[in-house]
Design a binder for this molecule. Structure first.
Ligand code: SF4
Ligand code: MG
Length: 285
């Protein structure tokens, strides 16, 4: 199957602005699916609300474009009802970590088999550039005209601390790395998170005077260091740098499988109870 076969061609061209990083990240997901040779009919992709969440409209799988922040909640229901499906969430920094923050940490805590791709452009793009919980301190947004005074989440650390079993960070600049991380995330049975640094030249780039789309990609490149390279670098060279690469890979029981096992156990107890009741009833006849 060619890469384009994973797209709903009739829905193209897309609505993203020229130079938006979300296209490269959506492409990385499709390439990872293609490399793994996943059956289109066994993949469900769920999104919330925002520019990143528009991706599902272009992808030719069973897709669900849901409510703001609730993609993981919908995906949890799908995974529990149909544990054999590969369930993927596409979300943005605002959608996932503000209104969707609770769903995110509890999905990680349960280690449910969902792969979550967080396109982090450090701003609410669709609603015109408000700062999000992942906007770095001091950066500008339409609701932070004098600079953001809040501290941002480190999403990967949050995911690891909450219990996710696969965590990595890529970017719209580092596409081969992002494909590789998504591929490994899809292979992991439990809750997997790939944060992909994305560029929003229209709002974040303009508000922060970073420049055009190409300059935004350079800006991403300059602030990142691969975790393998970082291991042999002097600490002072790492100040202000963002780690990319595979950050966590651990084993733990997957929630939907544990839940299915529990349902089986309860069903067996119920069946044996019903059997005993029937036997008592026939003996008393
Ligand atoms: Fe991308 Fe920003 Fe345009 Fe949204 S507003 S499509 S995030 S560049
Ligand atoms: Mg965003």
């Amino acid at each position: 199957m060619a890469t384009l076969d994973y797209f709903r061609k009739e829905k193209l061209p897309h609505i993203w602005c020229p130079g938006c990083g979300h296209g490269a990240i959506t492409g990385a997901l499709v390439r990872a699916i293609e490399k793994l040779g996943l059956d289109k009919n066994k993949v469900v992709i769920v999104s919330g609300i925002g520019c990143s969440s528009r991706a599902v409209g272009y992808l030719d799988f069973d897709t669900l474009h849901t409510a703001h922040g609730r993609a993981i909640a919908y995906a949890t229901g799908i995974k529990l009802a149909k544990p054999d499906l590969k369930v993927i969430v596409m979300t943005g920094d605002g959608d996932c970590t503000a209104i969707g923050g609770n769903h995110f940490i509890h999905a990680a805590r349960r280690n449910i088999g969902i792969t979550t791709i967080v396109m982090n452009n450090e701003i609410y793009g669709m609603t015109s550039g408000q700062y999000s919980p992942m906007t770095p301190t001091g950066m500008f947004g339409t609701t932070a005209p004098y600079g953001n005074v809040e501290r941002p989440f480190d999403l990967c650390k949050l995911a690891i601390a909450s219990g996710a079993t696969y965590v990595g960070r890529g970017s719209a600049y580092h596409v081969p790395l992002t494909v590789d991380l998504i591929e490994k995330a899809l292979m992991n049975d439990g809750f997997s998170v790939v944060e992909a640094l994305s560029g929003c030249p229209t709002y974040f780039g303009r508000k922060n005077k970073i420049g055009d789309a190409v300059q935004m990609l350079d800006w991403i490149k300059d602030q990142t260091v691969n975790v393998k390279a970082a291991a042999v670098m002097a600490p002072e060279k790492l100040v202000g740098k963002v780690m990319i690469g595979e950050l966590h890979n651990a084993a733990a029981p997957e929630y939907a499988a544990s839940y299915k096992e529990l349902v089986g156990k309860v069903q067996r107890r119920y069946d044996s109870y019903v059997g005993e009741v029937r036997e008592c009833a026939s003996n008393s006849d």
